[in-house]
Design a binder for this molecule. Sequence first.
Ligand SMILES: Cc1cc2nc3c(=O)[nH]c(=O)nc-3n(C[C@H](O)[C@H](O)[C@H](O)COP(=O)(O)OP(=O)(O)OC[C@H]3O[C@@H](n4cnc5c(N)ncnc54)[C@H](O)[C@@H]3O)c2cc1C
Length: 410
Amino acid sequence: MIDLSLDNASRAQLTMLKWLGEKYLRPLGIEADRLERPIPPDHEFFLKVLEMGLGGRGLNDEEDNGKKSRDPDKPSSGARRGVIFAEEASYWDRGSAVALPGPGLGGAPIHHMGTPEQKERFLGPFRQKDRPRWGAFGMTEAGAGSDVAGIRTTAVKDGDHYVLNGSKTFISNSQRAEWVVVFATVDPSKGRDAHRAFVVEKGTPGFSITRVEKKIGLRAYETCSFTLDNCRIPVANLLGGEAFYEGRAGFKGAMKSFDSTRPIVAVMSVGIARAAWEHARDFIRQNYVTDRPVPRYQRILERLALMRMKIDHARLLCWRAAWLADHKKPNTLEASIAKAYAPPVALEATRLGLEIMADAGITGDAYLDKLYRDVKVLDIVEGTQQIQRIVIARRIVDYPGVSGEPADKE
Ligand SMILES: Cc1cc2nc3c(=O)[nH]c(=O)nc-3n(C[C@H](O)[C@H](O)[C@H](O)COP(=O)(O)OP(=O)(O)OC[C@H]3O[C@@H](n4cnc5c(N)ncnc54)[C@H](O)[C@@H]3O)c2cc1C
């Protein structure tokens, strides 16, 4: 049976997160949207988050709760806690939630592919609370977004280093990151088999941010393009080490990361949908005379009820994918179903809110307008709807080469 109950420590963290959301995440998200700029990395809010124990190694990390000696073969609770926290944080503001300090999406490949030494070296510093730290995940290139196999950033071995050349685009938090996990190819003619993941550390000569994107939504964190110009990366920063890449482990490692991050990104849409739905419900309570037998009102209430059913459905799909991940069961299909389903539900919820508010929604409600723009961006990141449907279809028919389906990431 799927168990989503939280232990005492997690319940206490959730209570803190609600407080943080109301006091900081939402107001800061709204401000970033209005000013059209991310929350600056030296904002006092980030230190506060660390003091409260809500940043650092990442909210879905088992070690946050002091369970370091967990048997790796036993089910964990990290993915389930991850979806519960991610929904709550995104309910308050998804942009601010992604701006929170921590390894971010870069944490997943290090967990899945890194050696114990690399895990400690790159994730260990996130335990320190002296200053906020961020990590980032660098896969997307111009021309290689959904089609991950088409990346063109090259890695050429030179003694005890690899030399990286290329450019990446739309990489979240990469300007403030301590390191970026960069995917590159050691032989572009060999497709996915030649993919390698490197940890490129801040200050590496040749690494330069070339552009901070201007986004329609999720403005509280920065999304950047960068170039790698003869970046010399120690062999010790090749995730998993050379032996790891025999077979198709490099590409599989990236795909495995998505299996654990997709339910989290999907459930963020559920958080936004909940915020939009509540906004619409409160508007109805305040402005509609719902107990009068006017057919229009009944129809609106019915739409509100249907929307609530879809939001609950989306949440359960995310929980199912997370439960499978915690039980070390394959969840690629379920993670893609959740990611294909939840963002359109959130788009519908924001649209419904705007329709219910009618002229008030169009002219005066900046909040629903912001949610609509936020969730439109979320529909693209971590694999678009179209790509999720391809993954789902291939899994359903057990299409040959299924382990290498097009996939992508935030
Ligand atoms: C705010 C934001 C943050 C991001 N953060 C990161 C990050 O941290 N790290 C990172 O690596 N990337 C990140 N990305 C990039 C993101 O993963 C890509 O934008 C996404 O994968 C889509 O790629 P693309 O934009 O190149 O679109 P394309 O791949 O060019 O797709 C364009 C359209 O074609 C459709 N399409 C593509 N292929 C097919 C197909 N085979 N069949 C049917 N339809 C198809 C797509 O669904 C889409 O609608 C971020 C993007 C955004 C917007």
